[in-house]
Design a protein around this ligand. Structure first.
Ligand code: PMP
Length: 418
């Protein structure tokens, strides 16, 4: 890298990445004798010490079941769990904690909305609208509803750059559209969908909007009120938090009207064999013992992200993306799949004459972790006529030097495999 190239602690983003990296114990290791270069953040991010410590300190001192106990530990656990809900509420700027439902992850959040909000309202002739760049988590739940009810699943096409076709969308939305379910950011291509434009049109048609925010929420500030969406879904493990915890944000009036999703303890106020009175929001949707440690870890992750600042994270990741795109295009035979105007720091690519899985395996021998495959977005692979891609996905703890290591490893993979 020449002196003119941006460094990892560039003044524009102002991040002290070297200091940030010291918070992530997992990054301090070697893999196959090389420093780990972790570029699989779209699949799952790593956790800083602060998140790991918040979870272990909860288990060491405060663990008990929530909501049902009068003893001190149960009260502490309840306070921490409900406190985490308020941290999430503030993070996405929801109006009330009643609008924040803890679930297992994005997948469960979308299934909840599909089954509880949409399924009871639709039948033959009704339409469910998604786009061609969705993750399977935002396809299959709608396909299930369509099979269960006779409603039609309609797919807004994407173009060769990996953008959702807005004109086609305007033609496709109509009086029978019952939901618009869109990715905020594509995991397979990195496309940042200009969801505000889509939401404005959906509003005019009175169509409720669900955003799959799995790839959105960790990489830029999200304000659900400004977005004006009805549902926003995300996963803790992609934003420095634990696995097994995720969030469904839902507009309160809609959640109030929805039937419960699963039955069991905690989601009820009173039970007889004749009649059940359901609990208030958000607990109506949280049957059984919730992921208490998960919520506490997620709150710690949010504190960590906020201390750095989502806008600074977005600015730094944009620099990484720009640099990585430029450097990768110097590798002979490399083609980037997904060249939308606005992208998150995700680069899918193919290398002429080499299967992506072979690239991934050789890169691993050099300590470089990327993902290869269909990225749970098989229709996207079909559209671009590739069986799979290699995907490097970055986070704010990645460095420009790591991009150089990726490029060097790709050069070696190419010389071995072609
Ligand atoms: N949507 C998108 C865009 C994703 O990237 C993912 C995870 N790869 C999901 C949904 C599903 O998230 P989870 O597996 O955490 O439920």
């Amino acid at each position: 890298m020449s002196a003119a190239e941006p460094r990892f602690d560039t003044p524009s983003a102002g991040l002290d990445v070297a200091a940030i990296r010291r918070d992530f114990p997992v990054l301090e290791q070697t893999i196959n004798g090389r420093p780990l270069v972790y570029l699989d953040n779209a699949a799952s991010s790593q956790r800083p010490r602060q998140v790991i410590e918040a979870i272990s300190s909860y288990y060491e001192r405060d663990h008990a079941n929530v909501h049902r106990g009068v003893h001190t530990l149960s009260q502490r656990a309840t306070d921490a769990f409900e406190g985490a809900r308020d941290v999430v509420r503030r993070f996405v700027n929801a109006r009330a904690t009643q609008e924040i439902v803890f679930v297992r992850g994005t997948t469960e959040a979308i299934n909840l909305v599909a089954q509880s909000f949409v399924r009871p309202k639709v039948g033959p002739g009704d339409e469910l609208l998604i786009s061609g760049l969705e993750h399977h988590a935002n396809i299959v739940p709608w396909k299930l509803v369509s099979e269960q009810t006779g409603a039609t699943l309609k797919v807004i096409p994407i173009d060769e750059r990996g953008e959702v076709d807005f004109q086609a969308f305007e033609r496709m939305i109509g009086p029978r559209t019952r939901i618009l379910a869109l990715a905020h950011v594509s995991n397979a291509l990195g496309t940042v969908v200009p969801v505000e434009r889509f939401i404005a049109v959906a509003r005019r048609h009175g169509v409720p909007v669900l955003l799959d925010g799995a790839q959105g929420v960790a990489h830029d500030a999200v304000d659900v009120q400004a977005l004006d969406c009805d549902f926003y879904c995300f996963s803790g493990h992609k934003m420095l938090g634990p696995t097994g915890i995720g969030v469904l944000y839902g507009r309160r009036e809609l959640l109030e009207d929805m039937p419960p999703w699963q039955g069991g303890g905690d989601m009820i106020l009173a039970v007889t064999f004749e009649q059940i009175t359901y609990n208030q929001l958000p607990w109506k949707f949280e049957a059984g013992t919730p992921p208490i440690a998960g919520a506490i870890g997620l709150a710690a992750a949010i504190h960590y992200l906020e201390a750095i600042g989502m806008k600074r994270i977005a600015a730094y990741e944009a620099e990484l993306l720009e640099y990585a795109t430029r450097r990768l295009l110097t590798v002979p035979g490399l083609r980037i799949v997904g060249t939308a105007e606005r992208k998150a720091a995700v680069i899918s690519f193919v290398l002429e004459g080499v299967h992506p899985h072979d690239i991934g395996t050789i890169l691993d021998t050099e300590g470089v972790a990327i993902r290869t495959g269909h990225h749970c977005a098989m229709p996207v692979m079909d559209f671009f006529r590739v069986p799979a891609t290699a995907r490097a996905s970055m986070s704010f703890y990645n460095t420009f030097e790591e991009i150089d290591a990726l490029v060097a490893a790709l050069e070696r993979a190419r010389s071995i495999l072609t």
